[in-house]
Design a binder for this molecule. Structure first.
Ligand SMILES: Nc1ncnc2c1ncn2[C@@H]1O[C@H](COP(=O)(O)OP(=O)(O)OP(=O)(O)O)[C@@H](O)[C@H]1O
Ligand SMILES: [Mg+2]
Length: 161
């Protein structure tokens, strides 16, 4: 039987707004396995909301979300933190990196939280990952100096954020 990596069943998300409820996702069904998927849509169409549901960063108002058979919608905050740390990687729209840490320290920080990689291997792994993407020479720079945020695209960049 085919293993479904991501499965959403009837997922809806309503935000509380001043005027009442704003329905950002309505009854979304997705089944995905062995695919590389790009979600495309105009600003405000719900892409980030959808990603936040799949990654357990936010919870749906109704519906079910399974990622590699894990019922993400049923996990409590503590379980979500552990599951996310071990299984999910997200490049956020506005990065969410810590400006007071260096580039390599930002990579090591989640390894410290998850405890999957032994402590003595974390630094080496961070440098190997940076090497892989061709920016190992930036490893010891503070993010606020490297200005990773200046590489952002999308609406934030257009607004000069
Ligand atoms: N926390 C929130 N409270 C209220 N409304 C929200 C909240 N987050 C998102 N929305 C609304 O839900 C809709 C979907 O927003 P979302 O951020 O998912 O869109 P997006 O497709 O990621 O947009 P962009 O391309 O600008 O990143 C928008 O109308 C947005 O204003
Ligand atoms: Mg977005």
């Amino acid at each position: 039987m085919e293993t479904k990596l991501i499965e959403l069943r009837g997922v809806s998300k309503a935000y509380d707004v001043a005027a009442g409820k704003f329905l950002a996702l309505k009854d979304v069904d997705i089944i995905g396995a062995g695919e590389f998927v790009a979600v495309v849509g105009k600003s405000g169409s719900g892409k980030s909301t959808l990603i936040n549901m799949i990654t357990g960063i936010d919870s749906p108002t109704s519906g079910e979300i399974f990622v590699a058979t894990t019922p993400v919608h049923n996990l409590d905050q503590e379980q979500l933190a552990v599951w996310r740390g071990r299984n999910v990687g997200v490049v956020f729209q506005f990065f969410q990196l810590l400006p007071t840490l260096t580039v390599s320290e930002n990579i090591i920080l989640p390894m410290d939280f998850c405890g999957v990689i032994p402590a003595r291997e974390r630094k080496e792994r961070a440098f190997a990952l940076l090497e892989k993407v061709g920016i190992v020479e930036q490893a010891d720079k503070l993010l606020r100096i490297y200005r990773v945020d200046s590489l952002a695209g999308g609406d934030g960049a257009r607004a000069g954020e």
